[in-house]
Design a protein around this ligand. Sequence first.
Ligand code: PHE
Ligand code: NA
Length: 454
Amino acid sequence: MSMREQWGTRAGFIMAAVGSAIGLGNIWRFPATAYENGGGAFFIPYLFALLTAGIPLLILEFTIGHKYRGSAPLSFSRMNKKAEWIGWWAVFVSFVISTYYSVIIAWAISYSIFSFNQTWGTDTEAFLFGEYLQLPDVPGQIGAIVPSVFIPLIIVWAITLGVLFKGVKKGIELANRIFIPTLVVIFLIIVIRAITLPGAAEGLTSFFEPNFEAITSGGVWVAAYGQIFFSLSIAFAIMITYSSYLPKKSDITNNAFITGFSNSSFELLAGIGVFAALGFMASQAGVGVEEVVAGGVGLAFVVFPQIINEFPALSGLFGFLFFASLVLAGLSSLISISETYVKGISEKFGISRTAAVSIGGGLAALISLIYATDGGLYFLDAADYFINQFGVALIGLVEVVAIAWFMRKLGDFQNHANSISDIRIGGWWKVCLGVITPLVLGYMMFDLFKQNLL
Ligand code: PHE
Ligand code: NA
């Protein structure tokens, strides 16, 4: 058997893990989530979730990958033959996400080019849904492929699969070593510009203004845990796969702290940049900040084009930089989700990386074309809804309960992590994973079912 592929350097691994973590979730999900859930006061449940679930789970997943040296399915089956399905479930969820995450990156490529002459005009919403996505009135119809989405989508998959063909060191590591520093520089430029715009102060005030009453509600804590899970790419099989390429002598705990704090710092930076820009927009329109707050697709593709329309100078350039940052953040995450099934398939069926990328990646790319048709947005919404309901939180819950209570592996894993890491983890780590995280995730699932069934 050939040697397992490995990261070239420690920094390379960290860059790849941070690249997976930093994604659309940081830029368009975090700012609105924090704003809606207590503003400045949100940082209390958020930090609590980072320290009790985010970083402990990163340590757990890094340990699993490092110890069992396999993608998620192989690692779980080496842990216990009967647990392999947990890995496949996470891989399946990653596969589905990759099919539509890729499409959003494709839109961002189009919009980075539209920025230069503000192709979107003044009615940015009508442009997005009508002209660009060509959304029909009747949901559920699949029409023809929209060429303006199709072409950038092909570019997204060509880059992603091209990187994966090249393997761990020459592909994934190299791509992230280029993407992530570039992303950070671009983003700093955007944030500095945003906070010096007129009205930025009002935006920041409304972002940071704490509403301490909010954090007495369970929903705000659920939102904090949800953000941490999604944002750190936990329970998606990704971090297990990436850490399976770590050399024997590697630090685990320290790497987990670095990854967790880098992601949160970027998220905070995004919150500042986004709200400074929203404050600017509100002041231009002569309305309160609360009137312009948005998240998700609406923030990136409807509100940001409006902000760029209002820019005092160099609007084309700043528009381009904003959408380029979405592309870079998105691609590094897409590469990581796609690697989970590439490696999963390659190990399960004993086929080469090239074959696994062609089959797994090819299939994902093919399925993603559904969302590039003129009714595609309806399917994208449906897939995203399905994943949020049955995906992440539930896998996370099954993962920790199976490991902590059925297989009773936490003690072993604690020793494994401590035998190679600078920072030693103590009993608190087991309490976080065995008690706190399952309770919170259990409550989250209960909350979801209540919302959907009652
Ligand atoms: N962590 C990424 C983000 O914040 C999202 C993501 C989730 C990426 C799962 C890959 C897999 O956007
Ligand atoms: Na993130």
